[in-house]
Ligand binder design. Sequence first.
Ligand code: EPZ
Length: 421
Amino acid sequence: MDSIVVRRSGELRGTIPIAGAKNTCLKLMGAALLSEEPLTLTNVPRLSDVRTLTQLLESLGVEVAPLAEGQTLVLSAADLTSTTADYEIVRKLRASFNVLGPLIGRTGEAVVSLPGGCAIGARKVDFHIAGLEAMGATVELRDGYVHARGDLKGAEIEFPFASVGATENVMCAAVLARGTTVIRNAAREPDTKALADCLIAMGADIEGAGTSEIVVRGVDRLHGTTHRVITDRIELGTYMIAPAIAGGSVELLGGRRDLVGALCDKMEEAGIGIEETEAGLRVTHAGGPVRSVDVTTAPFPGFPTDLQAQMMALMVFAEGTSVLEETIFENRFMHAPELIRMGADIDVSGGTARVTGVDGLRGAPVMATDLRASFSLILAGLRAEGETRVARVYHLDRGYERVVQKLSGVGATIERVRDDG
Ligand code: EPZ
């Protein structure tokens, strides 16, 4: 396994290119199942999650042709050979569960392994299943798999919580269903809107994506299209916090404020400068204290849970005490004990973390536990005295490409090393 070693870095200066969105790309790849014609995706991030989902789609009979060193994928689902998404792949990539909707929408049946929980929470899928049942599917949970079957028809569905995955699974199932589906309390994430934009380009009839009410009128078939994957708002937000911690001025190429509005508001409240440029967003912290701010995670347009760990790494160095409320997942403070090992003053109680700023941290060997937590440790290491060694960086490879190149490109002292044995 590899580790990433980061040392206290001076001010960061330069530009960081932001890649295509991991979570959106994974759902767009699943949408290819809905058409016999090829779906071409550009600006695809080069991540292990994309490679894992490619394996799953190929096991269903989808031909996936990578072009431009993997930044373009041509997915052809003309002749599906299976409707079963195997546990061996789904367990590695929970997002695989989102082939359920397109698969049953296209073929009338799907057998998909239950994704199970993960480090950050139970990750239930009851809303997904309830939505499909409302559309007339019969769904059985057997041997760890969801067995869904049915000739879907439009339905009115209201989610108890604005679930991203459930909204996207049901939306994909509805595009070829007979009649009209209304999804209320739908997720409003830009990722969900981007998925709808792609489906519309393929011939789907969808209104209201990006709002809490999405209306899908079923059509007979979808055709192919070429779609550019939207900028990754979580990668964008993650790298925005690097100059806020280390100081300096960094331009994030491809960044857009509307993708990270809640983060920008909180960073500006903390005293960080953010400006929109021709090529993206520029983040500047010209020294001086960072003010502590309180953050509560919430569905979009609220503060993203996927940026909570990274914001905590900033608050560790802030003046005063900040209160971080994690409302989306049950166990998403695993980065806190690792930051405490570096000298942070954090008190976690249930879904609340109280962070009291300290003058400095000391580098230490720390452990990555999940995708976003692992990056928060790297961010803290940019300012900690000495060396911070983050082990198990395979977590990082799932969602961030070329981390060492991107951060060293703006002056960070960072390298990737192979662990002995
Ligand atoms: C997506 O997960 C993202 N993953 C997550 O990103 C992100 O944190 C999350 O949305 C929230 O924005 C992908 O898109 C692949 P949810 P998802 O359904 O769809 C509960 C990352 O780091 N829930 O909005 O699973 C669930 O338990 C990852 O990139 C039910 O109870 O999120 C959770 O507590 C982490 N029943 C909450 O809702 C359901 O049927 C949010 O889940 C579905 C969800």
